[in-house]
Write a protein that binds this ligand. Structure first.
Ligand code: KIV
Ligand code: ZN
Length: 511
């Protein structure tokens, strides 16, 4: 048994599986590149048969990412496997990931098949996938509620058919650590050919035990852990990548295994996932929460000042958290800005730097102190990956407890200025209605979050919104000192994404 644990990141598939709340293909590519810097072993890029958009993103990621294994998900059916391979075949290291339920509950109510039939389907699917792809993973969905003897039989059959990874997911977040360790050990003791495959685990957090269960499985011999950045995922989420990796590293004495993750990239990855999905990390979240390294109590502060190890088991810099420097101001030059961005890991082209510099001046005009946090927001705007179909030029709003909230917005499209006004239940509502009147596209706001991302009363507010446009929902985001302006820009961002999505789909269909 190797003492290295492979980290299989499924942020782009299980993490983003909730229907509609999709990242654009460009955003998924951006995250895939960050996962490369994070040096996970495998990224699951999507479920190609589930939609044309998913197919396209798996295909683009497979082509772009050269250093990691890129996996695509498929059910145990020829059509799924063919589509998955079609998307993956350009990858340097492709992996088809087939899943099929093995619990009696799923067999009886969902698949309506006997154990023998499912065993045969699993064997056939893996054998067929192996004729296409050199690496095949098999997941026994709902493995933790499956009969152990039957699960062992399925594992043996799929390994015989050519699977090199056998995953035993806790699909519904039901198991507990000691039970999961025992289940993994049982496979090692009862599956004769288990030595030919890597045993993998995949945990959901319904009972808050996903990370503990994953680590318990490692103690039982599992050597691949499937997880997501920030623990995002369906329902209560998946096991959190950063918690697993830092537990393995911090308690190497206990777990005795290594993983190849570049932990200094954890914080950047966490921020990117928050920014792209709009799912904000709770302040007390282990490893990446805002307070994860903040010592408030006097006794703790005193101890940390005397010797960090009194209360600190990990160093913030180990996960890539840097001091929030006061970096820029009104009089900072372009050269200093470029240099600071380079220190922060952004290599901007001249055109991008020009945009960032204009935005910096705007922010610096309004607030005296510009922090790294502000620079990240600025660069995100400057590097904006979604082509702007509509651009916000000006906004004006009137609100108060004695007036009807009214908003006016001036947008630009293809050099043409378009202006309209609307009333609403508040200034943001009025603003979004004014945008709808111009674009003729009606979006339904399904989620709206504002958070202060810098310090003080003049903090920059960041707005995330999820907007449903009928066929799909998109996340819009923007930051500004003015929340109504940030809301208007976030909404227009979502509108642009929906237009872009439609254009990409049309282009794809007309190929
Ligand atoms: O939770 C689960 O069982 C899954 C499988 C597809 C691996 O996500
Ligand atoms: Zn899952």
């Amino acid at each position: 048994m190797t003492d290295r644990v492979m980290i299989f990141d499924t942020t782009l598939r299980d993490g983003e599986q909730s229907p509609g709340a999709s990242m654009t293909i460009a955003e998924k590519l951006m995250l895939a590149e960050q996962l490369e810097r994070l040096r996970v072993d495998v990224i699951e890029a999507g479920f190609p048969i589930s939609s044309d958009g998913d197919f396209e993103s798996v295909r683009s990621i497979a082509e772009k990412v050269r250093t990691l294994t890129v996996a695509g998900l498929a059910r145990a059916a020829k059509g799924d496997i063919d589509r998955c391979w079609e998307a993956l075949k350009g990858a340097a290291k492709p992996r088809i990931h087939i899943f099929l339920a093995t619990s009696d509950i799923h067999l009886e109510h969902k698949l309506r098949k006997t154990r023998d039939e499912v065993l045969e389907m699993a064997r056939e699917a893996v054998a067929y996938a192996r004729t296409l792809c050199p690496e095949v993973e098999f997941s026994a969905e709902d493995a933790t509620r499956s009969d152990l003897a039957y699960l062992s039989k399925v594992a043996e059959a799929v390994i015989d058919a050519g699977a090199s990874v056998v995953n035993i997911p806790d699909t519904v977040g039901y198991t507990a650590p000691s039970e999961y360790t025992a289940r993994v050990r049982h496979l090692f003791d009862h599956v004769p050919n288990i030595g030919k495959a890597v045993v993998s685990v995949h945990c959901h957090d319904d009972l808050g035990m996903a990370v503990a269960n994953s680590l318990a499985a490692v103690q039982g011999g599992a050597r691949q852990v499937e997880c997501t950045v920030n623990g995002i995922g369906e329902r209560a989420g998946n096991a959190s990548l950063e918690e697993i990796v830092m537990a393995l590293k911090t308690r190497r004495d206990l777990f005795g295994v290594e993983c190849g993750v570049q932990t200094e990239e954890i914080f950047a990855s966490s921020n990117m996932v928050t920014n792209l999905t709009g799912v904000i990390v709770q302040p007390n979240k282990a490893v990446v929460g805002k307070n994860a390294f903040a010592h408030e109590s006097g006794i703790h502060q005193d101890g940390v000042l005397k010797a960090k190890q009194t209360y600190e088991i990990m160093r913030p810099e180990d996960v890539g958290i840097k001091e929030n420097h006061l970096v820029m101001g009104k009089h900072s030059g372009r050269h200093a800005l470029r240099q600071r961005y380079e220190e922060m890991g952004f290599n901007l082209s001249d055109a991008e730097l020009d945009k960032a510099y204009v935005l910096l001046k705007k922010v610096a005009d309004k607030k005296k102190e510009v922090y790294d946090d502000d620079l990240v927001i600025i660069v995100r705007d400057a590097l904006h990956v979604t082509p702007s179909v509509y651009k916000v030029k000006n906004i004006q709003s009137i609100a108060g407890n004695q007036v009807i909230a009214t908003a006016t917005i001036l947008l630009e499209k293809d050099g043409v200025l378009l202006k309209d006004s609307a009333t609403g239940s508040g200034p943001v509502d009025a603003m979004l209605k004014a945008v709808d009147r111009i674009t003729g596209i009606e979006g339904k706001l399904i989620d709206y979050t504002v958070r202060a991302i810098t310090h003080g009363k003049d903090a920059v507010g960041e707005v995330f919104m999820k907007v449903n446009f009928g066929k799909a929902a998109f996340i819009g985001k923007a930051a500004s000192l003015d929340v109504v302006e940030a809301s208007a820009r976030a909404y227009v961002d979502a509108v642009n994404k929906s237009i872009h999505y439609q254009m990409a789909l049309d282009a794809h269909r007309n190929r």
